[in-house]
Design a protein around this ligand. Structure first.
Ligand SMILES: [Ca+2]
Ligand SMILES: [Ca+2]
Length: 263
């Protein structure tokens, strides 16, 4: 029996070599004429009563067996799931999902790639126009300024704030070529912050006359009465004040950073 034991030990060390990158049994031991006892031991320990979970390799050792774990698993029996999301490998606000073999990243809008490290082109919702860092919706209906503002808010936007010549030019071109409405509400109001008739963009809460403006030369012409900002076709879509209850078309704007709801 002693002799058999020694043979067993020698061959089973051979199996240990096997689990370090080599096929377990065949390559290392099939030429060994004394391999049969170990072959039987392997069959009993690693095949009939396989102690290794999750597809791990099983090998014999002088002390018994050893499991070599596949990626994503750890522990003596490879039954402990390694948290692949430790330290959050997902960048730019991505969410890590700890799957069985590896992790995956659910990327925030505007990012893609395994680690959300690649910037992707953000998209505007269908029916909206993209310009610069914003999406624009040109209404097909007419409403009061307040209801127009509510309509924009209901789709996650606000009445447009025109803050540069390029934005004004973009909107003018769209209105000239594709829309018939005579007047359009913009997101300006001179009763928004206080009643002192200072014009503000409601979207940004910035003073309109401190930044870019494109007032028509005769406007605003009714301070104290016309509290809402609009653009008129016969003014070449320059700006004017108007009575807020008037029914006009309107333009909604949302910035691409607000597009959280688009997957
Ligand atoms: Ca804007
Ligand atoms: Ca006016």
């Amino acid at each position: 029996m002693y002799g058999v034991y020694l043979i067993h030990v020698a061959i089973c060390i051979c199996f240990m070599d096997g689990i370090d990158g080599q096929p377990l049994y065949e390559d290392k031991c099939h030429v060994d004429e004394m391999s049969r006892p170990c072959n039987e031991a392997y069959s009993n320990v690693c095949v009939k009563n396989n102690p290794c979970d999750n597809g791990a390799s099983c090998g014999l050792t002088p002390e018994g067996y050893i499991c070599k774990c596949p990626a994503g698993w750890q522990g003596d029996h490879c039954d402990e799931d390694i948290n692949k999301c430790d330290g959050n490998p997902c960048k730019n606000g991505g969410t890590c999902n700890n799957n069985k073999v590896a992790f995956t990243c659910s990327c925030a809008v505007g990012w893609t790639g395994t680690f959300c490290e690649v910037e992707s082109a953000a998209r505007c919702p269908i029916g909206w126009d993209h310009h610069g860092n914003s999406c624009y919706l040109f209404s097909k209906d007419t409403q009061s300024w307040n209801n127009s503002s509510d309509s924009c808010a209901s789709v996650g936007a606000s009445l447009v704030a025109i803050e540069s010549q390029t934005e004004q030019t973009f909107i003018q071109n769209r209105l000239r070529h594709e829309f018939a409405s005579f007047m359009w509400w913009l997101g300006g109001n001179d009763q928004f912050v206080s009643t002192d008739q200072t014009w503000y963009w409601v979207q940004t809460e910035q003073k309109i006359n401190s930044g870019y403006t494109d007032w028509h030369r005769k406007e605003p012409d009714n301070p104290g009465q016309q509290h809402c900002l609009a653009m008129r076709k016969d003014f070449n879509y320059q700006w004017c004040d108007d009575y807020c209850p008037e029914l006009h078309a309107y333009i909604c704007e949302m910035t691409l950073g607000d597009l959280d709801f688009i997957g």
